[in-house]
Design a binder for this molecule. Sequence first.
Ligand code: MLC
Ligand code: AMP
Length: 508
Amino acid sequence: MTKNDSNLYAALRAAFPDDLSATAVETDTGLFYTWCDLERGSAMLANFLRSLDLPEGSRIAAQVDKSVEALLLYLATLRAGYVFLPLNTAYQSAEVAYFIGDAEPAVVVCTGKNFPWVSKLAFQAGTQWVFTLNDDRTGSLLERAACAMDQPTCVPKQPEDVAVIIYTSGTTGRSKGAMLTHGNMLSNALVLKDHWGWRSPAQGGDVLIHALPIFHVHGLFVACHGALINGSKMIWLARFDPKLVLHRLPDASVFMGVPTLYVRLLAEPGLGRAACRNMRLFISGSAPLLTDTFNAWQQRTGHTILERYGMSETIMLTSNPYLGLRRGGTVGQPLPGVQLRVVDGQGNSVPTGEIGDIQVKGPNVFAGYWRMPEKTAQEFTADGFFKTGDVGKQEADGYVTIVGRSKDLIISGGYNVYPAELESFINDLPGVAESAVVGVPDPDFGEVGVALVVPRPGVVLDGAAVLAQLKASVANYKVPKQCYVLQELPRNAMGKVQKNLLRQQYSR
Ligand code: MLC
Ligand code: AMP
């Protein structure tokens, strides 16, 4: 193995089909990108980034709408040897300011529409370059890169070199940037290639419908790496639209989604065996898939959804089998190379089938939180296992079931929402004494937030006004769907807010 083999892009590129003129990506706007386009386009962007003479390890932050060019920017960053920092397009200015301030990217790429405020805060934070990239192939990034060479740059990397930082919010305090290495991502992509039975181009190939956002692990790594490392074509949808997915299903063989996507597809009368006739595999993850959804899908389509479990810090951890029993309500068995154990509060393994905290170890587990050595140390055990914060059990045959979370986290439509972040914002609003945000079941998003707010003495608060203020400040998916004003919050003998009671009372 040459040194260069550890750059993730080199491995992805090696899997491109021999015929580079074949279609690699087809978009919902009728554009066709060949494998040669991916190779040349990412080379030009990589050479352009290198021409900026950035220090090694520079971060390239991107808050851009989904487009093939945004994917090329990610691939170019890998090739150029820098560190990619994808940002959710729903983040508003305070959120973006935090990430840019913390990660100190040398380059920020944003939409033309957001350039005025993003560039202001980026330059204030010391960023040298701010470029624009729009979803219609316009913007200063592509204009500048058009003059770059297309020589096949791919900077040599070691497996332990950081390739991406993914920010995850936290139950307390600041958001943490999980550093994923070239080695983490390549090992996981290779395991999934085998585990999910991807068909090589020589075997007729697979076609993936890509309908997820590309700023998280699911859409960017599991889906894009999956297709690229198998030389498989992607049908690229800018956003999830159940009718469009249904329309394209006959042209595809693999689909990946968070449970909400399956719930919304089931609401389409046209979903049935005929629409899925060419499909090989439906994969679900990022949030619990209800057994009802699993069963309804099986009945309507004849396909058994394969559920898997992962997280930003670890990419994919467990999966139901491709061949063998896909057990609804479970997330399957640890992937090859992943060690998983379930422990009690003292860190001792619990007996088989009993509930405890899930800890994991493997080549896919991240290198630590960006500039947070103490936090990183806290999240690992002395023998190197990462504490996932998920609570579950493992049966004798290895199947894992997630039953809850020790972290105070709501997963809504596959997005993580941290109550602590919202409570701290609400508590700072005038007239608010205290607040609690809890997750309640929701048929569409799986779980949604509800806010309970206690006013200061003598103040009259309006729940709708609290939500409006939140909406003006944080990403829209974080905004609780309802807000109730209470005279006090229920507390236990230790003075801790009893969120379980609130959850029961406000379940819809
Ligand atoms: C949108 N809204 C949400 C929401 N998405 N609210 C709660 N939870 C969400 N996920 C808001 C909108 O802002 C809008 O508010 C209202 O809810 C209705 O929006 P919508 O039109 O129904 O939403 P839509 O744009 O269709 O988006 C829904 C979605 C999207 C499910 C398609 O959320 C999505 O793509 N989710 C996937 C997330 C994902 O990829 N997660 C992977 C993380 S990686 P208003 O007020 O504006 O009307 C990971 C690791 C792993 O977890 O294991 O994979
Ligand atoms: P994120 O930090 O956004 O990567 O979210 C990771 C979290 O999503 C995990 O810690 C789990 O709590 C949750 N998750 C991912 N996949 C599943 C799944 N299949 N079932 C239940 N929870 C899941």
